[in-house]
Ligand binder design. Structure first.
Ligand code: 2AM
Length: 166
């Protein structure tokens, strides 16, 4: 199955992201906008793997105390629009630790440096780039989730396979 490790959001964060998505929809011609239930922050992208037991153990070992995350700024990689986060050292430490442990255990993990972003839309077509004004909403990170990604009836669907409370 296709797997990744992520942080799921509070209702308050989802509400602000949804506000940004609505604004993007209004200001662009078309795009593939992230469905609210799919909004998340990826810490480590694994891809195809069946090693659920090992991955759960790694998550248990890598995660200790909780911390806060705060939305901050936005940008785009070509036609992909994202919302950013305030720099929080504990977020980077956790993501890097997870990636290192996955790699050491021979589990495939995306090797690009961790660049925290929340994808809110892909394949956006617009007359000119859209500037978004993101409210700095915070939430405590209380859980790290192992997610599986499936395409069900053509719809990208994410399901939590395991959750580790911090
Ligand atoms: P993205 O939104 O920038 O595409 C599930 O695919 C999640 O894993 C998404 O948040 C995606 O980020 C992220 N991801 C990181 N590396 C990936 C990769 N190599 N292929 C697909 N998704 C990746």
């Amino acid at each position: 199955m296709r797997l990744f490790i992520a942080i799921k959001f509070s209702e308050e964060i989802k509400k602000e992201l949804l506000r940004q998505i609505s604004e993007l929809k209004e200001k662009t011609v078309r795009g593939n906008f992230t469905r609210i239930e799919n909004l998340h922050l990826t810490l480590a992208f694994i891809g195809e793997s069946q090693r659920i037991t090992d991955i759960k153990r790694i998550i248990d070992e890598a995660c200790d105390g909780g911390f806060d995350i705060t939305l901050s700024g936005s940008g785009r990689f070509g036609s992909l629009y994202w919302v950013g986060l305030k720099k929080e050292q504990r977020l980077f430490t956790l993501a890097n630790k997870l990636r290192e442990m996955l790699d050491k255990n021979g589990i495939p993990v995306d090797k690009k440096p961790f660049s925290p972003h929340i994808t809110i839309a892909r394949e956006v077509v617009s007359d000119e780039p859209v500037k978004l004004n993101v409210k700095e909403v915070s939430m405590p990170v209380c859980k790290i989730s192992l997610m599986r990604s499936d395409r069900i009836n053509g719809k990208l669907t994410y399901t939590e396979v395991y959750g580790k409370e911090l």
